[in-house]
Design a protein. Structure first.
Lengths: 74, 202
């Protein structure tokens, strides 16, 4: 499936959800005082937040809406 | 630093919740900028802030001893015997008590903290996925520079005739401070059941 067919709103929702889940895990990792908390942060929380950022950036790059007057003239 | 991170996380959660529930608000130019801040800038800052707090926390003594294999090493800091090098340094505050492990074990080179972190991850991998070693050893042995970082140039160290005679071997790491028969009682956890422990305030 092409990203442009998914739509901006859906990508924003996916990005927001990934960031919220990632931040939730980051909070857990900060409250948990154990060597594994760093692993949880680095490999799960940071990865989810990073993926959320990438999805948001992808929504800016790939889902370009052509203004109506330009699409008419084409 | 923690306060700033809490504000960043709270703000990011609030903005991300808005875009999760109503993504249509991004139709206006102003909200597009808010979306960029809330879904790109702030989350990136949350990762940086979180990493910073985790790295700082991993320098604390109680963090090191929160790993069960490190508990006997943490206990050795309370041995009531001045010949135990870590105990003597910890109890007399020759190293910061809250960063005792890190002060003597960290690699102080430019990429040292990164190397230490990777070494820590390797140990976690061995503990949970691979096979943990029967005996915990420092790769490459204990580096004299860890001792000389503080003792090097100190009057009582430099004026000691034994140190003076061996100075070149010590600074070039040819002879170890801890295995040369001089300061060889380190954590010595095998003998821990036979030693007396010091309790602060006794």
């Amino acid at each position: 499936m092409r990203l442009s067919t998914i739509g901006m709103r859906r990508l924003l929702r996916i990005s927001s959800a990934l960031i919220i889940v990632g931040l939730g895990i980051e909070i857990v990792s900060l409250l948990w005082y154990h060597p594994l908390s760093f692993v949880l942060f680095a490999f799960v929380a940071a990865a989810l937040i990073g993926l959320g950022i990438l999805v948001f950036l992808a929504s800016l790059v790939f889902v370009v809406q052509i203004p109506p007057h330009e699409s008419d003239s084409a | 630093m923690t306060g700033i991170l809490i504000v960043q996380i709270a703000l990011t959660l609030a903005l991300a919740s808005i875009f999760l529930i109503r993504p249509s608000v991004t139709r206006s130019a102003g909200w597009k900028i808010v979306a960029f801040i809330g879904l790109c800038v702030l989350p990136a800052l949350c990762i940086v802030g979180g990493m910073n707090i985790h790295v700082q926390r991993s320098e604390e003594t109680r963090f090191c001893t929160s790993c069960h294999v490190m508990i006997p090493y943490g206990r050795s800091l309370h041995v009531d015997d001045p010949s135990y090098i870590p105990a003597q340094h910890f109890q007399n505050h020759r190293v910061p008590a809250d960063r005792a492990c890190y002060t003597c074990q960290a690699d102080y080179t430019i990429y040292g903290p990164l190397k230490d972190k990777l070494q820590g991850l390797k140990r976690i991998y061995m503990q949970y996925i691979s096979t943990p070693p029967k005996e915990i050893t420092i790769p490459g042995g204990y580096n004299n520079n860890q001792c000389l970082r503080c003792h090097g140039g100190a009057r009582d160290f430099a004026e000691n005739p034994v140190h003076q005679a061996l100075m070149d071997s010590l600074t070039s790491n040819q002879m170890s401070c801890i295995t040369s028969g001089c300061h060889d009682t380190v954590h010595n956890i095998a003998q821990q059941s036979h030693v007396k422990f010091w309790r602060p305030g006794q």
